[in-house]
Design a protein around this ligand. Structure first.
Ligand code: ATP
Ligand code: MG
Length: 577
């Protein structure tokens, strides 16, 4: 079986558009065959520490670390910290944590672009000495005016032909902090008439009198991304510099800098399509806006597409990796249906989560013919198809809870759950039969339901073989533990909240039901002491995990990772018709 076959899903899955090809793998295979870079593969993942990583970043680092792993190469983690005004240590730590959680290891190769500030400065001096860079004193608005527009050549800066000596002196003055922010920049001298705007004498260094989280106030000039990035790659001996498609137009500049300078090696930049996902936004700027405007509680809100949010929500690294394998790597951008990710997650949680019983919106059932003060236990397997998961005992007694929704006073057609005159099965336990419902005199709300049980039906079936179709999950009131359960759902109710052409803002399409908090939930006692992050299937309800931030021994908090079935499919069909 070849690799692409292995990556192909075994059956048709929702949202799937093509088999998971990876053209970058093909390039690397060719390079190894032709002994380019002496067969070496060195990649890097270069996040900017100005926010938390989202699932789009995961695509990039699964690719970079994945290719290195597959071809016995190395992948560096490089924090691209060239813009001190937006970067924070909190972000650096979260980035490291997220990559480790996904199971990747940069070993001792954690680098910072700021490690290279001295070298980068020397390279800039080299560029000036070669007559390939100049200090420009045009104010920022003039710089962009002179740059011109696409389709028409720009105009040379009046400072373009400054003598080399003067450029060196001014650049040094920039470095020493003698010049004001915005008054001078160092620019590469390339071509103001280039059809590629990136080649019209791009800025190489700018003055920023802002302390840096690692270099303190050593520097008041900082290199631009295009300059720092290719040189950092070269310094680290990267062979394949994999980046997302928006850098395609920057590749000529990437190559230009490396061609002008005496560098250790010339890595190959290869671009691939960004990940776009329906029902969400994937851009740090917009995620920050969701936080700032209070739509979510932070980067690690379980509704966020950040890895910290997804981890807290209960996603597994394996599900995310499998998703990346299935969508593959291509050049052409598109939007991947989030239901593919959810499908993969469900498939995995189904196999790995122990099944337990929890009642989220309880109604009390009193079993009239069960003696008060008595109890017994039923054996319940953790997984019907996986005996290796074992089983636990669930206690049963006179008063139990079932979901309020599992009883109807006036049942519709085809209702198999509890109703007047009906008999139902309690999962793993026995059969119970309706007697009467007690209502609150004032509100008319049902406060408790009386039933009888059939002691002969222990285990769930009647000895006379009578058919009972409905099964409810339940917990014994005397043994239940209380919990808060947060029902999370998709954050947006439109598949493409960013690109609606009706003048609306993406925040107009927040799903008002993306979080529903249930505060009076009753769980079976085996869940006592469930550790943070532990995942379960709550029978008939979905997949849940213990919240890693707010859950305590006294106050258990569970997050719904995902429901059992895709209820959105129906909603989408309804929208379309
Ligand atoms: P954002 O647009 O969310 O602000 P960014 O590209 O500015 O992201 P960086 O920290 O610069 O964020 O990204 C690090 C790496 O992750 C880059 O190489 C970038 O190409 C890649 N990346 C970012 N977003 C995506 C995405 N949606 N799909 C694939 N790769 C991505
Ligand atoms: Mg960026």
């Amino acid at each position: 079986m070849d690799r692409s076959e292995r990556a192909r899903p075994s059956k048709e899955t929702p949202g799937e558009r093509e088999a998971s090809a990876n053209f970058i793998r093909d390039i690397i295979v060719q390079d190894i065959q032709s002994n380019k870079n002496r067969g070496r593969v060195a990649t890097r993942f270069p996040p900017e520490p100005n926010g938390y990583l989202h699932i789009g970043h995961a695509k990039a680092f699964c690719l970079n670390f994945g290719m290195a792993e597959e071809f016995n190469g190395t992948c560096n983690l490089r924090l691209d910290d060239t813009n001190p005004s937006k970067e924070e240590v909190e972000y650096v730590e979260s980035i490291k944590q997220d990559i480790r959680w996904m199971g990747f290891d940069w070993e001792d190769r954690l680098y910072y672009a700021s490690d290279y500030f001295d070298k980068l400065y020397e390279y800039a001096v080299q560029l000036i000495k070669a007559g390939k860079a100049y200090v420009c004193c045009l104010p920022p608005d003039k710089v962009s005016e002179y740059r011109g527009v696409f389709g028409r050549p720009g105009t040379d800066s009046p400072y373009r032909n400054r003598p080399i000596e003067e450029n060196l002196r001014l650049f040094e003055a920039m470095r020493r902090g003698e010049l004001a922010e915005g008054s001078h920049v160092l620019r590469a001298k390339i071509d103001m008439a280039s059809p590629n705007m990136n080649m019209r004498d791009p800025t190489v260094y700018r003055i920023l009198k802002v302390p840096h989280h690692r270099t303190g106030d050593k520097w008041c000039i900082y290199p631009m991304y295009d300059f720092a990035h290719c040189l950092s790659d070269s310094i680290e001996g990267i062979t394949h510099s994999l980046c997302s498609i928006e850098f395609e137009d920057h590749r000529p500049l990437y190559d230009w800098f490396l061609d002008q300078l005496e560098v250790p090696c010339h890595p190959q930049q290869i671009e691939f399509a960004r990940l776009n996902l329906s029902y969400t936004v994937l851009s740090k700027r917009y995620l920050q806006q969701l936080i700032d405007e209070g739509f979510v509680t932070g980067w690690y809100d379980p509704r966020m597409p950040t890895l910290s949010g997804m981890r807290r929500r209960g996603y597994t690294p394996d599900a995310i990796k499998t998703f990346m394998e299935r969508i593959g790597i291509a050049k052409k951008e598109g939007v991947v249906d989030v239901s593919l990710l959810e499908y993969i997650l469900r498939e995995q949680l189904n196999l790995t989560s122990p099944r337990v019983m929890a009642v989220l919106d309880p109604i009390k059932i009193v079993i009239d013919n069960y003696p008060e003060g008595q109890s017994e236990e039923f054996d319940a397997p953790y997984h019907p198809d996986d005996p290796s998961m074992g089983s636990r005992k669930v206690p049963f007694s006179r008063v139990i809870y079932i979901e309020r929704d599992d009883f109807r006073e006036q049942p519709p057609k085809k209702w198999f759950r509890l109703a007047p005159g009906r008999e139902i099965r309690l999962r793993y336990a026995c059969l119970i039969k309706f007697v009467n419902a007690v209502k609150d005199a004032k509100t008319g709300e049902i406060v408790e339901i009386h039933c009888t049980w059939d002691p002969e039906s222990r285990g769930g079936n009647a000895p006379d073989g009578r058919k009972v179709q409905g099964t409810s999950h339940w917990v014994s009131a005397a043994h239940a533990i209380s919990a808060e359960v947060r029902l999370y759902d998709r954050l947006f109710n439109k598949p493409h909240p960013m690109s609606l052409k009706d003048g609306s803002k993406f925040t107009d399409h927040i799903n008002p039901e993306s979080l529903k908090t249930m505060t009076n939930c009753k769980l079976e006692p085996s869940l006592k002491g469930a550790p943070k992050g532990a995942r379960y299937q709550f029978e008939r309800l979905g997949y849940f995990c213990v919240d890693s931030l707010d859950s305590t021994e006294q106050h258990l908090v569970f997050n719904r990772t995902i429901s059992l079935r895709d209820s959105w499919e129906k909603i989408e069909k309804a929208i379309k018709t």
